[in-house]
Design a protein around this ligand. Structure first.
Ligand code: BES
Ligand code: MN
Ligand code: ZN
Length: 503
Protein backbone atom coordinates (compact mmCIF):
# COMPACT_ATOMS: atom_id res chain seq x y z
CA UNK A 1 0.00 0.00 0.00
CA UNK A 2 1.20 3.46 -0.90
CA UNK A 3 0.64 6.32 1.55
CA UNK A 4 0.52 10.03 0.98
CA UNK A 5 0.18 12.68 3.64
CA UNK A 6 -1.38 15.96 2.55
CA UNK A 7 -2.14 19.12 4.51
CA UNK A 8 -5.75 19.08 5.64
CA UNK A 9 -6.41 22.25 3.69
CA UNK A 10 -5.47 20.36 0.52
CA UNK A 11 -8.48 18.06 0.42
CA UNK A 12 -10.11 20.05 -2.39
CA UNK A 13 -7.28 19.09 -4.78
CA UNK A 14 -7.58 15.35 -4.14
CA UNK A 15 -9.68 12.99 -6.16
CA UNK A 16 -10.14 9.46 -4.90
CA UNK A 17 -12.44 6.47 -5.18
CA UNK A 18 -13.55 6.73 -1.60
CA UNK A 19 -13.41 9.01 1.39
CA UNK A 20 -13.68 7.50 4.83
CA UNK A 21 -15.24 9.28 7.74
CA UNK A 22 -15.45 7.90 11.26
CA UNK A 23 -18.42 9.23 13.13
CA UNK A 24 -19.08 9.55 16.83
CA UNK A 25 -22.70 9.43 17.89
CA UNK A 26 -22.41 13.01 19.11
CA UNK A 27 -21.18 14.20 15.69
CA UNK A 28 -23.80 12.81 13.32
CA UNK A 29 -25.07 16.03 11.82
CA UNK A 30 -21.54 17.11 10.89
CA UNK A 31 -21.00 14.57 8.17
CA UNK A 32 -19.55 15.71 4.87
CA UNK A 33 -18.84 19.16 6.20
CA UNK A 34 -16.35 21.15 4.19
CA UNK A 35 -15.85 18.71 1.34
CA UNK A 36 -19.24 17.65 0.04
CA UNK A 37 -21.60 20.02 -1.78
CA UNK A 38 -24.62 20.89 0.30
CA UNK A 39 -27.05 18.90 -1.82
CA UNK A 40 -24.89 15.81 -1.50
CA UNK A 41 -24.56 16.26 2.24
CA UNK A 42 -28.32 16.48 2.52
CA UNK A 43 -28.79 13.36 0.43
CA UNK A 44 -26.21 11.50 2.48
CA UNK A 45 -27.84 12.48 5.74
CA UNK A 46 -31.26 11.50 4.44
CA UNK A 47 -29.93 8.13 3.33
CA UNK A 48 -28.21 7.51 6.67
CA UNK A 49 -31.43 8.37 8.46
CA UNK A 50 -33.35 6.06 6.19
CA UNK A 51 -30.96 3.24 7.09
CA UNK A 52 -31.30 4.15 10.75
CA UNK A 53 -27.56 4.69 11.05
CA UNK A 54 -26.82 5.72 14.62
CA UNK A 55 -22.99 5.63 14.58
CA UNK A 56 -22.97 2.46 16.67
CA UNK A 57 -19.41 1.27 17.10
CA UNK A 58 -18.48 -0.99 14.20
CA UNK A 59 -21.33 -0.06 11.85
CA UNK A 60 -20.18 0.51 8.28
CA UNK A 61 -22.11 2.21 5.49
CA UNK A 62 -20.93 2.71 1.94
CA UNK A 63 -22.80 5.48 0.14
CA UNK A 64 -22.30 6.08 -3.57
CA UNK A 65 -21.90 9.80 -4.21
CA UNK A 66 -23.72 9.74 -7.55
CA UNK A 67 -22.80 12.59 -9.84
CA UNK A 68 -20.01 13.81 -7.56
CA UNK A 69 -16.70 13.60 -9.41
CA UNK A 70 -14.18 14.09 -6.62
CA UNK A 71 -15.09 10.98 -4.61
CA UNK A 72 -17.14 8.02 -5.82
CA UNK A 73 -18.05 6.66 -2.40
CA UNK A 74 -18.40 7.86 1.12
CA UNK A 75 -17.56 5.19 3.66
CA UNK A 76 -19.05 6.02 7.04
CA UNK A 77 -17.89 4.10 10.07
CA UNK A 78 -19.64 4.29 13.41
CA UNK A 79 -17.40 4.98 16.39
CA UNK A 80 -19.94 4.92 19.19
CA UNK A 81 -19.57 7.31 22.12
CA UNK A 82 -16.72 9.78 22.07
CA UNK A 83 -15.22 8.64 25.34
CA UNK A 84 -14.83 5.14 23.92
CA UNK A 85 -11.87 6.21 21.84
CA UNK A 86 -8.71 4.14 21.88
CA UNK A 87 -6.11 2.92 19.43
CA UNK A 88 -7.79 -0.46 19.05
CA UNK A 89 -10.82 1.33 17.70
CA UNK A 90 -8.71 2.99 15.03
CA UNK A 91 -7.30 -0.38 14.00
CA UNK A 92 -10.87 -1.55 13.55
CA UNK A 93 -11.70 1.55 11.50
CA UNK A 94 -8.73 0.99 9.17
CA UNK A 95 -9.66 -2.66 8.68
CA UNK A 96 -13.38 -2.06 8.16
CA UNK A 97 -12.72 0.78 5.75
CA UNK A 98 -10.33 -1.25 3.65
CA UNK A 99 -12.63 -4.26 3.54
CA UNK A 100 -15.52 -2.04 2.50
CA UNK A 101 -13.38 -0.25 -0.09
CA UNK A 102 -12.16 -3.53 -1.55
CA UNK A 103 -15.76 -4.66 -1.86
CA UNK A 104 -16.37 -1.67 -4.13
CA UNK A 105 -13.06 -1.94 -5.98
CA UNK A 106 -11.94 1.41 -4.69
CA UNK A 107 -8.23 1.84 -5.26
CA UNK A 108 -7.49 5.24 -3.81
CA UNK A 109 -8.91 6.07 -0.41
CA UNK A 110 -8.80 9.25 1.63
CA UNK A 111 -9.15 9.17 5.39
CA UNK A 112 -10.87 12.33 6.54
CA UNK A 113 -9.05 13.56 9.63
CA UNK A 114 -11.78 15.16 11.72
CA UNK A 115 -12.26 12.22 14.01
CA UNK A 116 -8.50 11.63 14.26
CA UNK A 117 -8.15 14.95 16.05
CA UNK A 118 -9.55 13.29 19.13
CA UNK A 119 -6.66 10.86 19.22
CA UNK A 120 -4.81 11.44 22.49
CA UNK A 121 -1.83 9.68 21.01
CA UNK A 122 -1.63 10.50 17.33
CA UNK A 123 1.43 8.31 16.70
CA UNK A 124 -0.19 5.27 18.29
CA UNK A 125 -3.52 6.07 16.65
CA UNK A 126 -2.05 6.24 13.16
CA UNK A 127 -0.01 3.12 13.84
CA UNK A 128 -3.18 1.24 14.72
CA UNK A 129 -5.08 2.68 11.75
CA UNK A 130 -2.32 1.57 9.39
CA UNK A 131 -2.22 -1.88 10.99
CA UNK A 132 -5.93 -2.12 10.33
CA UNK A 133 -5.50 -1.08 6.72
CA UNK A 134 -2.59 -3.43 6.03
CA UNK A 135 -3.89 -6.42 7.97
CA UNK A 136 -7.55 -6.03 6.99
CA UNK A 137 -6.51 -5.72 3.35
CA UNK A 138 -4.28 -8.79 3.55
CA UNK A 139 -4.88 -11.52 1.05
CA UNK A 140 -3.11 -14.87 0.70
CA UNK A 141 -3.38 -15.74 -2.96
CA UNK A 142 -0.19 -17.62 -3.71
CA UNK A 143 -1.98 -20.82 -4.60
CA UNK A 144 -4.61 -19.52 -7.03
CA UNK A 145 -4.50 -20.00 -10.75
CA UNK A 146 -4.78 -16.60 -12.33
CA UNK A 147 -5.18 -15.72 -15.97
CA UNK A 148 -3.10 -12.86 -17.34
CA UNK A 149 -6.23 -10.76 -17.70
CA UNK A 150 -7.15 -11.33 -14.07
CA UNK A 151 -3.67 -10.34 -12.99
CA UNK A 152 -4.00 -7.09 -14.93
CA UNK A 153 -7.29 -6.16 -13.37
CA UNK A 154 -6.91 -3.97 -10.35
CA UNK A 155 -9.53 -4.34 -7.71
CA UNK A 156 -7.75 -3.77 -4.45
CA UNK A 157 -6.97 -0.58 -2.62
CA UNK A 158 -3.48 0.61 -3.47
CA UNK A 159 -3.23 4.17 -2.31
CA UNK A 160 -4.11 5.76 1.00
CA UNK A 161 -4.26 9.50 1.60
CA UNK A 162 -3.92 10.77 5.16
CA UNK A 163 -4.25 14.38 6.22
CA UNK A 164 -2.10 16.39 8.61
CA UNK A 165 -3.30 19.56 10.27
CA UNK A 166 0.14 21.06 10.77
CA UNK A 167 3.87 20.31 10.76
CA UNK A 168 3.87 18.70 14.19
CA UNK A 169 1.01 16.36 13.41
CA UNK A 170 2.66 15.54 10.10
CA UNK A 171 5.77 14.32 11.89
CA UNK A 172 3.63 12.26 14.24
CA UNK A 173 1.65 10.77 11.37
CA UNK A 174 4.87 9.83 9.59
CA UNK A 175 6.12 8.09 12.72
CA UNK A 176 2.82 6.26 13.19
CA UNK A 177 2.87 5.23 9.57
CA UNK A 178 6.34 3.80 9.92
CA UNK A 179 5.41 1.82 13.04
CA UNK A 180 2.14 0.64 11.53
CA UNK A 181 3.91 -0.71 8.48
CA UNK A 182 6.60 -2.32 10.58
CA UNK A 183 4.15 -4.10 12.88
CA UNK A 184 2.00 -5.18 9.92
CA UNK A 185 4.86 -6.53 7.84
CA UNK A 186 6.02 -8.62 10.77
CA UNK A 187 2.49 -9.91 11.32
CA UNK A 188 2.07 -10.65 7.63
CA UNK A 189 5.25 -12.70 7.50
CA UNK A 190 3.79 -14.88 10.25
CA UNK A 191 0.44 -15.08 8.42
CA UNK A 192 2.10 -16.12 5.17
CA UNK A 193 4.07 -18.84 6.93
CA UNK A 194 0.99 -20.19 8.68
CA UNK A 195 -1.08 -20.08 5.49
CA UNK A 196 1.52 -21.90 3.42
CA UNK A 197 0.63 -25.60 3.11
CA UNK A 198 2.91 -27.97 5.00
CA UNK A 199 4.24 -29.44 1.76
CA UNK A 200 5.96 -26.08 1.22
CA UNK A 201 6.69 -25.28 4.84
CA UNK A 202 8.97 -28.01 6.07
CA UNK A 203 11.60 -27.46 8.76
CA UNK A 204 14.11 -26.51 6.05
CA UNK A 205 11.87 -23.71 4.73
CA UNK A 206 11.38 -22.34 8.23
CA UNK A 207 15.13 -22.34 8.60
CA UNK A 208 15.71 -20.39 5.39
CA UNK A 209 13.17 -17.75 6.37
CA UNK A 210 14.83 -17.34 9.77
CA UNK A 211 18.24 -17.15 8.09
CA UNK A 212 17.06 -14.55 5.61
CA UNK A 213 16.33 -12.21 8.52
CA UNK A 214 19.91 -12.46 9.70
CA UNK A 215 21.46 -12.14 6.27
CA UNK A 216 20.57 -8.50 5.80
CA UNK A 217 23.63 -7.10 7.53
CA UNK A 218 21.57 -6.40 10.61
CA UNK A 219 22.26 -6.99 14.28
CA UNK A 220 20.41 -10.28 14.05
CA UNK A 221 22.28 -13.58 13.95
CA UNK A 222 20.86 -17.01 13.29
CA UNK A 223 22.39 -20.29 14.40
CA UNK A 224 20.92 -23.47 12.96
CA UNK A 225 21.38 -26.93 14.42
CA UNK A 226 20.66 -29.91 12.19
CA UNK A 227 19.99 -33.42 13.43
CA UNK A 228 23.62 -34.00 14.38
CA UNK A 229 23.84 -30.61 16.06
CA UNK A 230 20.68 -31.27 18.03
CA UNK A 231 22.03 -34.66 19.11
CA UNK A 232 25.13 -32.94 20.47
CA UNK A 233 22.99 -30.50 22.42
CA UNK A 234 21.03 -33.40 23.86
CA UNK A 235 17.74 -32.62 22.18
CA UNK A 236 16.82 -36.28 21.88
CA UNK A 237 13.19 -35.64 22.79
CA UNK A 238 12.63 -33.36 19.79
CA UNK A 239 14.48 -35.70 17.48
CA UNK A 240 12.10 -38.46 18.55
CA UNK A 241 9.09 -36.31 17.65
CA UNK A 242 10.50 -35.68 14.16
CA UNK A 243 11.86 -39.12 13.41
CA UNK A 244 8.79 -40.34 11.53
CA UNK A 245 9.19 -37.67 8.88
CA UNK A 246 11.44 -37.57 5.83
CA UNK A 247 12.12 -33.97 6.74
CA UNK A 248 14.57 -33.88 9.63
CA UNK A 249 14.05 -31.50 12.54
CA UNK A 250 16.10 -28.36 13.04
CA UNK A 251 16.73 -26.18 16.04
CA UNK A 252 17.02 -22.46 15.31
CA UNK A 253 18.50 -19.86 17.64
CA UNK A 254 18.07 -16.22 16.56
CA UNK A 255 19.70 -13.39 18.48
CA UNK A 256 19.02 -9.68 18.27
CA UNK A 257 21.56 -7.45 19.99
CA UNK A 258 20.79 -3.76 20.42
CA UNK A 259 23.46 -1.26 19.33
CA UNK A 260 23.83 0.09 22.86
CA UNK A 261 24.75 -2.68 25.25
CA UNK A 262 21.84 -3.86 27.30
CA UNK A 263 21.64 -5.79 30.52
CA UNK A 264 18.18 -7.05 29.66
CA UNK A 265 17.90 -10.44 28.04
CA UNK A 266 14.63 -12.05 26.98
CA UNK A 267 13.99 -15.39 25.27
CA UNK A 268 11.02 -15.99 22.98
CA UNK A 269 10.20 -19.58 22.14
CA UNK A 270 7.77 -20.81 19.50
CA UNK A 271 6.26 -24.21 18.85
CA UNK A 272 7.31 -25.11 15.32
CA UNK A 273 5.50 -28.26 14.18
CA UNK A 274 5.27 -27.80 10.42
CA UNK A 275 2.59 -30.46 10.37
CA UNK A 276 0.93 -32.36 13.17
CA UNK A 277 -0.68 -35.57 11.97
CA UNK A 278 -0.65 -36.81 15.54
CA UNK A 279 2.01 -39.38 14.65
CA UNK A 280 1.16 -43.01 15.40
CA UNK A 281 -1.55 -41.72 17.75
CA UNK A 282 -3.05 -40.47 14.51
CA UNK A 283 -5.54 -37.62 14.55
CA UNK A 284 -9.00 -38.19 13.06
CA UNK A 285 -9.24 -36.58 9.61
CA UNK A 286 -11.28 -33.56 10.65
CA UNK A 287 -8.81 -32.71 13.41
CA UNK A 288 -5.87 -32.98 11.03
CA UNK A 289 -7.20 -30.66 8.33
CA UNK A 290 -5.73 -27.43 9.67
CA UNK A 291 -2.60 -28.81 11.25
CA UNK A 292 -0.33 -26.81 8.96
CA UNK A 293 -0.92 -24.10 11.57
CA UNK A 294 1.01 -25.97 14.24
CA UNK A 295 4.08 -23.80 13.65
CA UNK A 296 2.23 -20.55 14.32
CA UNK A 297 4.14 -19.95 17.57
CA UNK A 298 7.48 -20.18 15.77
CA UNK A 299 6.11 -18.06 12.91
CA UNK A 300 5.24 -15.33 15.44
CA UNK A 301 8.77 -15.42 16.83
CA UNK A 302 10.17 -15.15 13.30
CA UNK A 303 7.80 -12.25 12.59
CA UNK A 304 9.11 -10.47 15.68
CA UNK A 305 12.67 -10.84 14.41
CA UNK A 306 11.73 -9.28 11.12
CA UNK A 307 10.74 -6.11 12.97
CA UNK A 308 13.42 -5.96 15.66
CA UNK A 309 16.26 -4.44 13.58
CA UNK A 310 13.98 -1.52 12.67
CA UNK A 311 12.13 -1.20 15.96
CA UNK A 312 15.47 -1.28 17.81
CA UNK A 313 14.30 -2.04 21.34
CA UNK A 314 17.06 -1.77 23.97
CA UNK A 315 16.96 -5.39 25.01
CA UNK A 316 18.80 -8.49 23.90
CA UNK A 317 16.29 -10.90 22.40
CA UNK A 318 16.75 -14.60 21.79
CA UNK A 319 14.31 -16.37 19.48
CA UNK A 320 14.17 -20.13 19.63
CA UNK A 321 12.22 -22.79 17.86
CA UNK A 322 12.42 -26.44 17.02
CA UNK A 323 11.02 -27.10 13.58
CA UNK A 324 9.79 -30.65 13.13
CA UNK A 325 7.08 -32.62 11.38
CA UNK A 326 5.01 -35.08 13.42
CA UNK A 327 4.35 -38.02 11.10
CA UNK A 328 3.55 -41.71 11.44
CA UNK A 329 5.73 -44.22 9.60
CA UNK A 330 8.19 -47.05 10.02
CA UNK A 331 10.63 -44.81 11.85
CA UNK A 332 8.18 -42.90 13.97
CA UNK A 333 8.40 -42.68 17.76
CA UNK A 334 5.85 -44.84 19.53
CA UNK A 335 3.45 -44.60 22.40
CA UNK A 336 5.32 -46.11 25.35
CA UNK A 337 8.74 -44.85 24.28
CA UNK A 338 10.75 -42.94 26.85
CA UNK A 339 12.77 -40.01 25.59
CA UNK A 340 15.18 -37.69 27.40
CA UNK A 341 15.06 -33.92 27.06
CA UNK A 342 18.11 -31.64 27.00
CA UNK A 343 18.09 -31.25 30.79
CA UNK A 344 18.09 -35.02 31.27
CA UNK A 345 14.45 -35.29 32.34
CA UNK A 346 12.91 -38.44 30.94
CA UNK A 347 9.50 -38.32 29.30
CA UNK A 348 7.19 -41.27 28.81
CA UNK A 349 5.35 -40.83 25.52
CA UNK A 350 1.84 -41.92 26.21
CA UNK A 351 0.39 -40.23 23.14
CA UNK A 352 2.50 -39.18 20.17
CA UNK A 353 -0.01 -36.40 19.47
CA UNK A 354 1.08 -34.52 22.58
CA UNK A 355 4.28 -33.69 20.69
CA UNK A 356 4.48 -29.94 21.13
CA UNK A 357 5.30 -30.12 24.82
CA UNK A 358 8.06 -32.64 24.05
CA UNK A 359 9.81 -30.28 21.63
CA UNK A 360 9.25 -27.36 24.01
CA UNK A 361 10.88 -29.37 26.81
CA UNK A 362 14.13 -29.17 24.85
CA UNK A 363 13.72 -25.56 23.76
CA UNK A 364 12.79 -24.30 27.25
CA UNK A 365 15.65 -26.24 28.84
CA UNK A 366 18.06 -24.76 26.31
CA UNK A 367 16.79 -21.25 27.04
CA UNK A 368 16.85 -21.64 30.82
CA UNK A 369 20.15 -23.49 31.16
CA UNK A 370 22.19 -22.00 28.33
CA UNK A 371 20.83 -18.53 27.69
CA UNK A 372 19.72 -17.79 31.26
CA UNK A 373 17.40 -14.90 30.32
CA UNK A 374 15.61 -12.61 32.77
CA UNK A 375 12.36 -13.87 31.37
CA UNK A 376 11.14 -16.26 28.71
CA UNK A 377 7.86 -16.43 26.87
CA UNK A 378 6.68 -19.34 24.78
CA UNK A 379 3.91 -19.24 22.20
CA UNK A 380 2.47 -22.61 21.27
CA UNK A 381 -0.55 -24.11 19.56
CA UNK A 382 -0.38 -26.58 22.37
CA UNK A 383 -3.85 -27.90 23.14
CA UNK A 384 -7.28 -28.26 21.64
CA UNK A 385 -8.52 -27.94 25.23
CA UNK A 386 -7.69 -24.22 25.33
CA UNK A 387 -10.14 -23.69 22.47
CA UNK A 388 -12.81 -25.51 24.44
CA UNK A 389 -12.04 -23.29 27.43
CA UNK A 390 -11.62 -19.88 25.79
CA UNK A 391 -12.95 -20.17 22.25
CA UNK A 392 -11.17 -19.17 19.08
CA UNK A 393 -10.44 -15.48 19.80
CA UNK A 394 -8.57 -15.77 23.08
CA UNK A 395 -5.23 -17.23 24.09
CA UNK A 396 -4.59 -18.82 27.45
CA UNK A 397 -1.85 -17.17 29.48
CA UNK A 398 0.02 -19.18 32.11
CA UNK A 399 2.60 -17.28 34.05
CA UNK A 400 4.87 -18.00 36.99
CA UNK A 401 5.79 -14.36 37.59
CA UNK A 402 3.58 -11.37 38.45
CA UNK A 403 5.66 -8.67 36.82
CA UNK A 404 5.95 -10.60 33.58
CA UNK A 405 2.23 -11.32 33.59
CA UNK A 406 1.35 -7.66 34.04
CA UNK A 407 3.68 -6.65 31.21
CA UNK A 408 2.24 -9.26 28.85
CA UNK A 409 -1.36 -8.38 29.63
CA UNK A 410 -0.60 -4.73 28.91
CA UNK A 411 1.22 -5.56 25.66
CA UNK A 412 -1.68 -7.74 24.57
CA UNK A 413 -4.17 -4.98 25.29
CA UNK A 414 -2.21 -2.51 23.19
CA UNK A 415 -2.02 -4.99 20.33
CA UNK A 416 -5.74 -5.72 20.46
CA UNK A 417 -4.87 -9.37 21.09
CA UNK A 418 -6.82 -10.97 23.88
CA UNK A 419 -5.25 -13.17 26.53
CA UNK A 420 -6.90 -14.68 29.58
CA UNK A 421 -5.07 -16.06 32.53
CA UNK A 422 -5.34 -19.75 33.34
CA UNK A 423 -3.86 -21.27 36.48
CA UNK A 424 -0.65 -23.21 36.95
CA UNK A 425 -2.57 -25.20 39.54
CA UNK A 426 0.13 -27.28 41.16
CA UNK A 427 -1.99 -30.21 42.47
CA UNK A 428 -2.76 -31.19 38.86
CA UNK A 429 0.90 -32.13 38.42
CA UNK A 430 -0.28 -35.44 39.82
CA UNK A 431 -1.91 -36.11 36.44
CA UNK A 432 1.44 -35.91 34.64
CA UNK A 433 3.07 -38.63 36.75
CA UNK A 434 4.62 -41.57 34.96
CA UNK A 435 5.15 -45.03 36.39
CA UNK A 436 8.49 -45.50 34.68
CA UNK A 437 9.86 -42.05 33.76
CA UNK A 438 10.21 -38.60 35.34
CA UNK A 439 7.05 -37.33 33.65
CA UNK A 440 4.53 -38.44 31.05
CA UNK A 441 3.35 -36.37 28.13
CA UNK A 442 -0.40 -36.46 28.77
CA UNK A 443 -2.40 -35.64 31.85
CA UNK A 444 -5.82 -36.82 30.80
CA UNK A 445 -8.79 -34.84 29.51
CA UNK A 446 -9.72 -32.75 32.55
CA UNK A 447 -7.82 -29.47 32.57
CA UNK A 448 -5.86 -30.49 29.46
CA UNK A 449 -4.37 -27.05 28.89
CA UNK A 450 -3.32 -26.76 32.51
CA UNK A 451 -1.57 -30.11 32.67
CA UNK A 452 0.19 -29.25 29.39
CA UNK A 453 1.40 -25.97 30.92
CA UNK A 454 2.50 -27.76 34.10
CA UNK A 455 4.47 -30.17 31.94
CA UNK A 456 6.30 -27.21 30.38
CA UNK A 457 6.91 -25.62 33.78
CA UNK A 458 9.12 -28.54 34.72
CA UNK A 459 11.62 -27.42 32.07
CA UNK A 460 11.78 -23.74 33.02
CA UNK A 461 14.30 -24.17 35.86
CA UNK A 462 12.98 -21.21 37.86
CA UNK A 463 13.46 -18.65 35.10
CA UNK A 464 10.46 -16.24 35.10
CA UNK A 465 8.33 -17.71 32.37
CA UNK A 466 5.07 -17.29 30.55
CA UNK A 467 3.36 -19.82 28.33
CA UNK A 468 0.74 -18.60 25.89
CA UNK A 469 -1.45 -21.33 24.43
CA UNK A 470 -2.38 -19.75 21.11
CA UNK A 471 -4.24 -22.68 19.53
CA UNK A 472 -7.44 -20.60 19.16
CA UNK A 473 -6.64 -17.22 17.63
CA UNK A 474 -3.69 -18.02 15.33
CA UNK A 475 -6.11 -19.14 12.67
CA UNK A 476 -9.37 -17.40 11.85
CA UNK A 477 -12.33 -19.32 10.46
CA UNK A 478 -14.48 -16.26 11.08
CA UNK A 479 -13.23 -12.72 10.73
CA UNK A 480 -14.29 -12.05 14.29
CA UNK A 481 -11.74 -9.25 14.64
CA UNK A 482 -11.89 -6.58 11.93
CA UNK A 483 -8.17 -6.88 11.14
CA UNK A 484 -8.39 -10.63 10.65
CA UNK A 485 -8.99 -12.26 7.32
CA UNK A 486 -9.77 -15.93 6.96
CA UNK A 487 -6.62 -17.97 7.65
CA UNK A 488 -3.50 -17.19 9.65
CA UNK A 489 -3.83 -14.10 11.85
CA UNK A 490 -0.19 -13.59 12.83
CA UNK A 491 -1.43 -13.60 16.41
CA UNK A 492 1.22 -12.75 19.00
CA UNK A 493 3.66 -10.84 16.81
CA UNK A 494 2.37 -7.45 17.87
CA UNK A 495 1.89 -8.53 21.49
CA UNK A 496 5.54 -9.58 21.69
CA UNK A 497 6.78 -6.46 19.91
CA UNK A 498 4.88 -4.28 22.38
CA UNK A 499 6.22 -6.29 25.29
CA UNK A 500 9.82 -5.82 24.13
CA UNK A 501 9.30 -2.16 23.31
CA UNK A 502 7.80 -1.42 26.74
CA UNK A 503 10.64 -3.06 28.67
N1 BES B 1 -1.33 -29.13 17.83
C1 BES B 1 -2.22 -29.78 18.72
C2 BES B 1 -3.15 -28.81 19.44
C3 BES B 1 -4.14 -28.07 18.59
C4 BES B 1 -5.43 -28.54 18.40
C5 BES B 1 -3.80 -26.86 18.00
C6 BES B 1 -6.34 -27.85 17.64
C7 BES B 1 -4.72 -26.16 17.24
C8 BES B 1 -6.00 -26.65 17.05
C9 BES B 1 -1.44 -30.55 19.77
O1 BES B 1 -0.23 -31.07 19.35
C10 BES B 1 -2.29 -31.72 20.14
O2 BES B 1 -2.49 -32.56 19.33
N2 BES B 1 -2.74 -31.76 21.40
C11 BES B 1 -3.56 -32.80 21.86
C12 BES B 1 -3.04 -33.22 23.20
C13 BES B 1 -3.62 -34.50 23.72
C14 BES B 1 -3.17 -35.67 22.87
C15 BES B 1 -3.20 -34.67 25.14
C16 BES B 1 -5.00 -32.29 21.94
O3 BES B 1 -5.19 -31.12 22.26
O4 BES B 1 -5.90 -33.05 21.64
MN1 MN C 1 -0.44 -32.97 18.41
ZN1 ZN D 1 0.68 -30.10 17.80
Amino acid sequence: MKYEIIPSGGLAEVTADAIVEGLYQEDQPKIGQGYLPEVTTKAVLAELRRREFDAKEGDVYVLPLLGFKQFKYLIVIGLGKKNNYDANQLRAVGAKAIKAANGYRAQKIVFHPDWLRKAKDLVGGIQALVEGIELGGYHFASYRKRTAAEQQKKHKAEEIVLMAEDRISRVKIEKGLELGKLFSEATILARDMVNTPSMDMHPEQMVSIAQSLAARGTNVTCKVFDKAGMEKLGMKASLAVGQGSKHEPRFVHLVYKPKQRSTKKIALIGKGLTFDSGGLSLKPADHMTDMKIDMAGAAAVIGVFKALPLLKPRVEVHGLFIAAENMPGGGAYRPGDVVAALDGTTIEVENTDAEGRITLADALSYAALRIKPQAMVDLATLTGAVIVALGSDISGLFCSNKELKTALVQAAGEAGETVWELPLYQPYKEQNKSKIADIRNVGGRPGGSITAALFLEKFTHDVPWAHIDVAGPVYAEKESKPEWVNGGTGWGVRLLLNYLRNL
